[in-house]
Design a protein around this ligand. Structure first.
Ligand SMILES: NC(=O)c1ccc[n+]([C@@H]2O[C@H](COP(=O)([O-])OP(=O)(O)OC[C@H]3O[C@@H](n4cnc5c(N)ncnc54)[C@H](OP(=O)(O)O)[C@@H]3O)[C@@H](O)[C@H]2O)c1
Length: 260
């Protein structure tokens, strides 16, 4: 697939930061990406999963996955959508391609043993998922951890500063992933994760922790009962964007920005 006279992988290479520069920051380079409707929704009523991307922008997303060391989603997305986070839309002719590591932010180890990510790993068609949890403060933590490990997950604890079981701190998470060899991280959502990464980027301005924001806008309207993102963020929690380029892909528009 090409956009103008450029292939999609060339286009992505031109907008994504180079992995080797991660050492400068001592953290993975982060691409935040998701698809939204014209009225800014990423899911339907009650979180119903929507296929917002058309086939061209979906293919671009799969190319983008192949260009990152890991893909991160929140446990809300895994429980709701049961995603595979692989690169299956890339045509076989373009193989071999890199299969990214799935990473799930799952504070209290709510991941189900029979989710597709673990099933694909057991069937040797997916990489071993890393499940990032908080402090081991829940009574059944040890039991959940060993059940998930028996099912194939690697469980990694990133305790919060107060030792409680509140959300995982993004800077601590990035430090742990960097130490485990992840240099490029694609963050795919959902709503709460997008809000956390945007807020953390505003807080760390002018060295925002998101390097590139890539948003696919689909020509559909969802309505007020759909799920938006960043709705609880104040103006001070919104990072500053620097436009890189905008491309039409099939019926969608894809906006590429860098963050300051
Ligand atoms: N359109 C798109 O591109 C797209 C992509 C992905 C998902 N989605 C949609 O997004 C929806 C799911 O969003 P969601 O908000 O329910 O779930 P989410 O953002 O996928 O996951 C949020 C959960 O992750 C855990 N977490 C741990 N540390 C966190 C941190 N620092 N920041 C944020 N979360 C952290 C928390 O789990 P605990 O509560 O257990 O602590 C939190 O509740 C679904 O409807 C899905 O279809 C859309």
């Amino acid at each position: 697939m090409s956009v103008g006279d450029q292939s999609v992988s060339d286009l992505l290479s031109s907008v994504l930061p180079k992995g080797y520069t991660a050492d400068e920051f001592q953290r993975p380079l982060v691409t935040l990406t998701f698809a939204q409707s014209l009225d800014g929704k990423i899911a339907g009523k009650g979180g119903k999963q929507l296929i917002l991307s058309g086939k061209e922008s979906m293919l671009m997303t799969h190319w983008m996955r192949s260009m990152h060391d890991a893909i991160l989603v929140g446990i809300g997305t895994v429980l709701n959508d049961d995603p595979q986070l692989n690169t299956r839309h890339i045509p076989e002719d373009d193989q071999p391609y890199h299969l990214p590591r799935p990473v799930i932010l799952d504070t209290n180890l709510r991941l189900k043993r029979y989710c597709k990510l673990l099933k694909n790993y057991r069937e040797r068609i997916g990489r071993r998922p890393w499940v990032i949890c908080g402090a081991n403060s829940t009574p059944d933590y040890a039991e959940r951890k060993s059940a998930l490990e028996d099912s194939g997950a690697r469980v990694i604890a990133v305790p919060s500063e107060d030792g409680g079981s509140c959300l995982i701190m993004i800077p601590d998470l990035l430090k742990v992933l960097y130490n485990l060899g992840i240099r490029t991280l694609m963050v795919e959502g959902g709503a709460t994760i997008i809000g956390s990464f945007l807020a953390e980027s505003a807080r760390t301005k002018p060295n925002a922790i998101i390097n590139t924001l890539i948003v696919t806008i689909a020509p559909v309207l969802i309505g007020d009962d759909g799920v938006g993102y960043g709705e609880k963020l104040s103006t001070a929690q919104i990072p500053t964007l620097k436009h890189i380029r905008t491309e039409v892909m099939g019926r969608d528009v894809v906006v590429f920005s860098a963050l300051e």
